[in-house]
Design a protein around this ligand. Structure first.
Ligand SMILES: [Zn+2]
Length: 315
């Protein structure tokens, strides 16, 4: 199959301006440890094995996105616990509605979803979607012409900026040691103990997300970290691309020591294309820009998921 032009252009852009600093394609059962087991130092708090404990197995990416295999020697028990209670918990809430439909296997199993009034419920079982819906409920809408099911629900309360920091933490976990030095400020920022103490004014914490509407479970986790080749050009130093299930999240890492010449402005760059882009005929991949700058609890965000009921021609 030929590569669509828009994809070729994006690939050319990355070839020209970026190197791949790190890349992981995860598969179940094949564990990958980041960092050495000896003389461990936590990347986030900077303490060694005499100053803190390293007894818990730390996952470089949260388990709820389907990561069972990318593990980190760079993360102490205290930081691990802190991340799971704060930034990971917020990313979990932010993505929970969609993850249910795609059976993204988490530590606590697959979440089931209730409507806001708690009267309707939807869950993905081994035999497919099970829907228990009240009459006249706006929770689930069936489009019989297009054979699509649309589900709407309020996202559980969460802090967008903390969800953003979770993506940043994943990128920092897989970053090569020689680059990590440039991101001291970024580490301090994600380590702020209480989010209300984060006084950094930022209104452009952007993430480009893609969603590939397919009617099957996609068991897939992969990530790429791109490093700018020439430090004089006006592009971000690092770009992170995460794929799990049929979603991708792409963002430029803020606060690099080598981005001073950008003067706080994040210049535009094309998001890395979704893995299935151009590979499924008649499948419209949905790209959206999310602004996750808000540093307060958000309770009115609505998550909409469109599930195709009839399998289109899927690759
Ligand atoms: Zn630590």
């Amino acid at each position: 199959m030929s590569i669509p032009d828009e994809i070729r252009q994006i690939v050319d852009f990355y070839d020209r301006y970026y190197d791949v600093a790190a890349k992981y394609e995860l598969s179940r059962g094949r564990k990958i440890w980041l960092g050495k087991k000896e003389n461990r130092i936590c990347r986030f708090c900077g303490r060694n094995a005499e100053q803190t404990k390293f007894n818990t197995t730390a996952h470089a990416f949260p388990e709820f996105i389907g990561n069972k295999s990318l593990l980190s020697n760079y993360e102490c028990d205290e930081c691990n616990n802190f991340f799971s209670r704060t930034i990971e918990d917020n990313f979990d809430k932010f993505t929970s509605t969609e993850r249910t439909f795609y059976n993204v296997d988490g530590k606590k199993g697959v979440p089931s979803i209730r409507s806001d009034d708690h009267k309707s419920r939807i869950e993905m079982t081994e035999r497919g979607l099970r829907i228990t819906s009240q009459e006249n409920s706006s929770f689930v809408a069936l489009d019989e012409v297009n054979k699509e099911l649309t589900v709407k629900r309020k996202t559980p309360k969460f802090v967008p900026r903390l969800a953003y920091k979770c993506l940043v933490k994943m990128a920092l976990s897989m970053m090569p040691e020689e680059d990590f030095e440039c991101f001291k400020e970024l580490v301090q920022w994600i380590m702020i103990r209480d989010f209300r103490g984060d006084k950094i004014e930022a209104d452009s914490l952007l993430v480009q997300k893609s969603f590939t509407p397919v009617s099957r479970v996609v068991d897939h986790v992969a990530a790429m970290l791109f490093r700018r080749r020439d430090d004089n050009i006006y592009l971000p130093h690092f770009i992170f691309n995460l794929e799990f299930s049929n979603f991708t999240y792409c963002l430029a890492l803020p606060f690099s020591k080598k981005d001073a010449h950008l003067q706080g402005k994040m210049t535009s760059y094309p998001s890395f294309p979704a893995r299935l882009h151009g590979r499924i005929p008649s499948c419209n991949i949905v790209y959206t820009y999310l602004n996750l700058s808000k540093n307060e609890v958000v309770s009115d965000l609505e998550a909409t998921v469109v599930v195709p009921l009839k399998a289109k021609q899927e690759a």
